[in-house]
Design a protein around this ligand. Structure first.
Ligand code: KIV
Length: 297
């Protein structure tokens, strides 16, 4: 099948994303961690869903992504793959699931495809991850790279800081991007780097480059869905655009519910189940109770 014949409803693959880059069509990607979000993203026609380890912060309430485990990721990836039929699905390898040895990395990468229904995995890091990436790719598992601000290295980076702002650091990023491509990555994410540096990398690589806080010159964009929806209000990164304020909507709905319950406006008769008059009277007799002013419908 030629990728250019792809029409709505067909599965998006790594080849589809490569074809989009070739045609100059922008790639859309968002994160999901559960079934209903995956379903909505799929219906909205978003090309790719990342089950990011941002899960740890925006869903599980950790301060960083460092506490996220393989079991957390597999559990949430399974839910996402049950919801999405069309989008290309990427499972994010959590901290310490791929750094110790290539063998361990390969086994954990395999779990995302075998147990969780993902199409590919993503891992963070540049040149030092090249041999691990090559081992995973050789086993038939597509790998997406992640350069720039890599949250699993937050302790080493000293905080959530823009990367690649000096000529030397930017040159190193360009080199790392080439190294990841040569190691077999089918795509790479650039996070929080200057827009012109990201554009240079995008022009130089043959594989799709997806940006998050990397300007408009990339082949596509990814955001954490909770930032876009406004359902994570601890902080919103400068690079995220808020399309909704779900935290406020949720709080308002929860207040209205609590108000209705305490003022007896909920549940109403239409939310209740009813017993027939005869059966209810028989029950009253059995219990030797007098029907008060119960409303028997
Ligand atoms: O974990 C995640 O959601 C990510 C994106 C920020 C790219 O890695």
């Amino acid at each position: 099948m030629s990728t250019s014949s792809l029409h709505e409803g067909e599965k998006v693959t790594a080849l589809t994303l490569a074809a989009k880059k070739k045609r100059g069509e922008l790639i859309t990607m968002l994160t999901a961690y559960d079934y209903p979000t995956a379903l909505a993203l799929d219906h909205a026609g978003v090309d790719s869903i990342l089950v990011g380890d941002s899960l740890g912060m925006v869903v599980l309430g950790y301060e960083t992504t460092l506490s996220v485990t393989m079991e957390d990721m597999i559990h949430h990836s399974k839910a996402v793959s049950r919801g999405a039929r069309r989008a290309h699905l990427i499972g994010d390898m959590p901290f310490m699931s791929y750094q110790v040895s290539s063998a361990e990395a390969l086994r954990n990468a395999g779990r995302f495809l075998q147990e969780a229904g993902m199409d590919a995995v993503k891992l963070e890091g540049g040149r030092h991850m090249a041999s691990t990436i090559a081992v995973i790719v050789a086993a038939g598992i597509p790998v997406m790279g992640h350069l720039g601000l890599t949250p699993q290295s937050i302790r080493k980076l000293g905080g959530w800081k823009v990367q690649g702002t000096s000529a030397e650091a930017a040159r190193r990023l360009v080199e790392d991007a080439h190294i990841l491509e040569n190691a077999g990555c089918y795509a790479v994410i650039l996070e929080a780097i200057p827009d012109r540096v990201a554009e240079v990398i995008t022009q130089r690589l043959h594989i799709p480059v997806i940006g998050i806080g990397a300007g408009a010159g990339c082949d596509g964009q990814v955001l954490v869905s909770n930032d876009l929806l406004g359902s994570f209000d601890r902080f919103t990164p400068r690079f995220a655009r808020k399309y909704a304020d779900l935290s406020a909507v949720m709080e308002q709905a929860f207040r209205a519910y609590a108000d209705d319950v305490t003022s007896r406006r909920f549940p109403a008769p239409e939310h209740s189940y009813h017993i027939g008059d005869e059966e209810f009277e028989a029950l009253m007799q059995d219990l030797r109770m007098k029907p008060r002013n119960w409303r028997v419908v």
